[in-house]
Design a protein around this ligand. Structure first.
Ligand code: ADP
Ligand code: MG
Length: 417
């Protein structure tokens, strides 16, 4: 209940916690736990240490302190063997208190494990205190057995409760983080669109300026000739940067045509052949001629170059990259398999995030651009990868088959490059 209420009150505003709210809620559950405890053999059995552990680990010193105080106060009001009550309260606090600082440096899975480990401690402390209690009070053996059984049962329930609560807490934290990430992405998206429209507006005057400068350049004979050459190259650079950005923001399909997939793949592999040879990676190609897609050839080539280049870059010397193209019905499949270093599931999940790169000189744009282009073509792309084994990229594109009567003689038989 404290975890749910806390997330209800805090969820929409920000990730993170109010230690006071956490302290109050966990204190309430501790007080209720004490008030409705189960009595046997003159001892009270309940889950009082669960809120204590959770408050220290997830809420920090303030909420932990509040819960400890609530415990001591309630225990005093209840009366009974106060010394035993105080001692077990302080003893149970020690381990959660020690782990509290390190706790947030761990990742989510390790936090759950730590919480369970810390959850064991109060039961253990309880056992020790009871053993001392039994010996000093000379309890009959029958009672001792009963007490031990209760320690075992309640200890197990406590650990289980801490485990469940930790999982719950972690999933709520993850959800809050995800929401934040979505908001951030949304903002970036808007910014991106704005930047694209500005870039577009800048391109037009730039073209005009460039045109007139080119005219002046032709007529100029004096000193300015050299300066104008410089100005023109720099203008060209500015133009190509703007075009690259615009292309990323919104792939321009300038000239739609029926392009033969096998031909495009051949051109791309020829383009990358030298690059692959330099790092000693063998590129195998299996093609299926006669299948066409309707697209802007340059865009599709760009998408394939980015993906195949990544595959080659991930592969060690002597490795292989295989590109196979098949089709069935109205769909074509291009599989790009490498024997490279692979990715774990976390890395795969980050693919397509702008500027995500693990390379020193990487830009983290390639995969994002490829995904955008393929999706704009109505296609799909998926990654399957295993660390140390390799990666398989599957691209599915809408395609059709036709055998042009006149151009048929151009079909090449050599499928291996
Ligand atoms: P860049 O190549 O500039 O790093 P990309 O967007 O092309 O940017 O790729 C992002 C990251 O995805 C790479 O840095 C790499 O870690 C990972 N990656 C992409 N393709 C593969 C692959 N085939 N095998 C292993 N890792 C890959
Ligand atoms: Mg790349």
């Amino acid at each position: 209940m404290p975890i749910f209420i806390h997330s209800l009150l805090f969820d929409n505003k920000r990730v993170g916690k109010s230690p006071y709210l956490c302290g109050i809620l966990q204190s309430i559950s501790l007080i209720l736990s004490l008030a409705f405890s189960f009595e046997e053999g003159g001892l009270y059995w309940d889950l009082r240490y669960v809120p204590l552990v959770l408050a220290f680990l997830y809420g920090g010193p303030i909420s932990g302190g509040m819960v400890l105080f609530a415990y001591l106060a309630t225990r005093t009001l209840m009366g009974g063997d106060l010394l035993l009550g105080y001692a077990s309260g302080f003893l149970a606090t020690i381990i959660p208190f020690i782990f509290m600082k390190k706790f947030w440096k761990l990742d989510s899975k390790k936090r759950i494990r730590t919480a369970v480990f810390v959850g064991f401690w109060p039961s253990f402390a309880m056992l020790m205190i009871l053993v001392i209690h039994i010996f000093t009070n000379d309890a009959p053996a029958e009672d001792t057995n009963k007490i031990m059984l209760n320690v075992a049962i309640f200890g197990a329930i406590q650990v289980f409760a801490v485990w469940v609560a930790a999982i719950l807490n972690e999933s709520l934290i993850e959800k809050a983080l995800m929401r934040q990430e979505i908001l951030r992405a949304e903002k970036l998206n808007t910014l991106g669109e704005l930047a694209a429209s500005i870039a577009h507006e800048i391109r037009n005057p730039l073209t005009v300026v460039k045109g007139f400068l080119q005219m002046m350049h032709k007529q100029e004979k004096g000193d300015n000739y050299y300066y104008l050459s410089l100005v023109l190259t720099e203008l060209g650079r500015a133009e190509s940067i703007i075009n690259d950005y615009l292309n990323f923001a919104k792939p321009q399909f300038e000239k739609l045509e029926d392009a033969q997939l096998a031909e495009i793949i051949t051109e791309v592999t020829l383009l990358l052949e030298a690059f692959a040879a330099k790092v000693n990676v063998q590129v195998n190609v299996q093609l299926n001629w006669g299948v066409f897609v309707q697209t802007d050839r340059n865009q599709l080539k760009q998408a394939l170059v980015n993906i195949i280049k990544n595959a080659i870059e991930a592969t060690e010397e002597g490795g292989e990259v295989t590109i196979s193209q098949t089709s069935s019905g109205s769909e074509s499949y291009i599989k790009i398999t490498d024997t490279g270093k692979g990715m774990d599931s976390e890395q795969i999940a980050r693919l397509g995030t702008l500027f995500y790169t693990t390379k020193d000189k990487g830009t983290g744009l390639g995969t994002s651009v490829s995904i955008k282009i393929i999706e704009a073509m109505g296609g799909m792309i998926s990654y399957r990868s295993e660390l140390g084994v390799g990666t398989e990229v599957t691209i599915i594109l809408p395609s059709f088959r036709h055998f042009p009567a006149d151009e048929g003689n151009e079909i090449k038989m050599n499928n291996e490059i």
